[in-house]
Write a protein that binds this ligand. Structure first.
Ligand SMILES: C[S@@+](CC[C@H](N)C(=O)[O-])C[C@H]1O[C@@H](n2cnc3c(N)ncnc32)[C@H](O)[C@@H]1O
Length: 265
């Protein structure tokens, strides 16, 4: 799909690019030191990586994403914001092409639910993060935890994400997986984004999420957006909208030991 097509279909998503400054607020809570090397996993459009670059004076921030179209968008955003220290690479989060201990810090923002669909994959991801992180390095993880959805509209948004394709984990599951894989959780915080899409924007959101799977990964058997919309429209209209990505949970963890995979060296 050409640039124009991407822009048109993403217009409703202007909410997502900024998310009421939540990326910036979270990045401000990370104890960076100048000259560090950071990795952003599931970087998408690159906004979190670029926010990290803006906040610290890094030697480099590398954003990786499985989807080529996202990597291209991230590179475009990096050019637009005159980024000098960020680079974006197409890569699978489970097989990071970096040596062990290559990074001082790792960030991941609203990507966990796309990367990991079940607990074993969450463990695999954290194991790989532990490998590429230096001992004492930071893991800054921002995601949505379903038990903290407050309103029916926030709960419905999570149900729709899961219906299309997403794995969500509770705070307790994430914390236990982090600890099992060699991290210590230093603190957990919540950030409201205040996002509430009106029903028409909610329809565009559903269409985007369904069609994106084919554009990004070539999935032919993606859910049909019309069927998904028909399924959820009455409830969205009854609630007057959809609170998508309304609340973000931020975990700041530190690598306290090198995890040795079972049976590994
Ligand atoms: C919601 S987007 C990320 C948003 C982004 N971090 C931000 O700040 O806007 C989730 C991303 O995770 C990526 N993803 C899913 N599975 C992945 C994998 N196995 N490896 C790397 N990236 C993956 C998707 O391609 C998608 O771009």
């Amino acid at each position: 799909m050409g640039e124009r097509g991407l822009r048109v279909i993403r217009e409703f998503q202007s909410y997502y690019d900024d998310l009421n400054g939540v990326r910036r607020a979270i990045v401000q809570r990370i104890p960076f030191a100048p000259g560090e090397r950071w990795l952003d996993i599931g970087t998408g459009d690159g906004w979190f990586a670029l926010e990290i670059e803006r906040m610290m004076a890094p030697s480099v921030v590398i954003g990786i994403d499985l989807a080529r179209c996202e990597v291209e968008l991230a590179r475009q955003h990096a050019r637009d914001s005159n980024s000098r220290f960020s680079a974006f690479v197409q890569m699978d989060a489970y097989r990071l092409g970096f040596p062990s201990g290559a990074f001082d810090g790792i960030g991941t923002f609203l990507a966990l639910q796309d990367i990991c669909l079940d607990l074993p994959s969450l463990h695999r991801l954290f194991e790989e993060a532990n490998r590429v992180l230096k001992l004492g390095g930071w893991f800054a993880l921002a995601t949505t935890t379903p038990e903290d959805a407050e309103t029916p509209s926030q709960k419905l948004a999570l149900e729709i994400y899961q219906y299309i394709r997403a794995g969500f984990f509770t705070k307790a599951q994430i914390q236990a997986a982090l600890e099992q894989m060699g991290f210590q959780v230093e603190h957990i915080e919540f950030y409201p984004t205040g996002v509430n899409l009106d029903p028409e924007e909610a329809q565009a959101f559903i269409r985007f999420e369904c069609d994106w799977l084919e554009r990004a990964y070539g999935w032919q058997n993606k859910p049909d957006w019309r069927a998904v919309w028909a399924h959820f429209e009455p409830r969205i209209r009854a609630l007057g909208g959809l609170e998508v990505d309304a609340k973000v949970t931020f975990f700041l963890a530190r690598k306290v030991r090198t995890h040795r995979p079972t049976g590994g060296v």
